[in-house]
Design a binder for this molecule. Sequence first.
Ligand SMILES: Cc1cc2nc3c(=O)[nH]c(=O)nc-3n(C[C@H](O)[C@H](O)[C@H](O)COP(=O)(O)OP(=O)(O)OC[C@H]3O[C@@H](n4cnc5c(N)ncnc54)[C@H](O)[C@@H]3O)c2cc1C
Length: 377
Amino acid sequence: MHAIVIGGGVAGTVSAIALRRQGAEVTLFEAHPDPGGEVGSFVSLAVNGLRGLAAIDCLERVRAVGMPIARLRMWSAKGHVIADVPRGRRAADPMRSITLMRGHLVAELRVAAEEAGVRLVTGERLTAVDSRGTAHFASGRCATGDLLVGADGIRSVVRGALDPAAPTPRYAGVWVISGRSRAADAGGGTFNMTVGAHGAFVHVIPPDGGEIWWQAQVNAPNPPADDTGDRLTRLDTLFAAEPIPRQIIAATTHLHRHSVNQVLAPVRVWHNAHTVLVGDAAHPVGAGQGASMAIEDGVALGAAIGAAATVRDGLAAYEAARRDRVTRVLRASDDNREVKQAGPLRRRVTEVGMSLFFARFYERATGWLYDYEPVPR
Ligand SMILES: Cc1cc2nc3c(=O)[nH]c(=O)nc-3n(C[C@H](O)[C@H](O)[C@H](O)COP(=O)(O)OP(=O)(O)OC[C@H]3O[C@@H](n4cnc5c(N)ncnc54)[C@H](O)[C@@H]3O)c2cc1C
């Protein structure tokens, strides 16, 4: 069987490796000449995503470029700890969530894909898929296989080819900017979140207490027009009332370009007889699960194709395995977004509720998310 994979991000590389391990010949087409390198900022891989990487023997190499971040701390806007819990794992689970640069994750997975025998073609942008499942690229090139995997992200071309009525992304009311700040002398190995008046502020302190990685998620009816201007002054003003973000922003040593968050209405059609969507192309999720869900998808796709008599049966089995879980994660991600965009009263109520929730129910309430096995043992 020959599989054509469109998109060399997390979903595409993991799908390619998983399909290759089932004996498929795989060619992966990526639009950019080099999708790795310093593109984007940091992402987190939760234990469910790490279990997916273990299933395709990529866990150790990805761990080697990430930082284990064992604890999650939630802060009130005024700077008080409202929760401090093990991050996305049960106390007995030896797995630890990791945080790493998105570019390093993708670069590692690309190397692993090539080592597994995937043929990687960069600089080829898909423009259309015809009714027989043939992929057409901007260069004039065409590619046909037995299976076409759309791993081409939130602005997926494959999604529109599968269903002309498929939703298109829209601005989520949040723009994002990330940076790095001078070292913290305490709190190493923590993922921290403060929800303030103008949005959420995440900061990650490495285990050795080195440079802090941070991200401001700013609520705004319209995204900023460009990436110029004094962005730090703007952030200083927005987070002036919240002591923790204010101090970290003031110690900034490096700023990444801003980006805007987008949302997508539920995607009804995930596959036909020969074409399937994986990762953000099918279901962009927030709540720190984007990369982990992309990994789960790729591993589940490989397993479903490997176990089925035909591609058509394999794709039906893939959707049956993934649809309910993805729907549940999307719901959790919507709730998360609402909390971050809440007004002052709701925010205060949430802070009080959160401290109770994290103290009493967190581990039990999140078991369904973190204990998942992408390929049942
Ligand atoms: C440049 C970039 C930077 C990012 N930075 C962050 C970040 O800092 N933090 C974070 O949490 N998430 C980030 N993300 C999103 C995150 O990587 C995804 O939410 C998650 O990993 C799911 O991955 P995915 O493979 O489904 O989609 P994506 O990561 O979006 O990957 C899709 C891939 O398909 C390629 N592609 C798109 N269209 C075509 C086409 N027509 N033809 C061929 N190839 C195509 C893209 O170049 C990309 O490599 C970023 C995504 C991108 C593309």
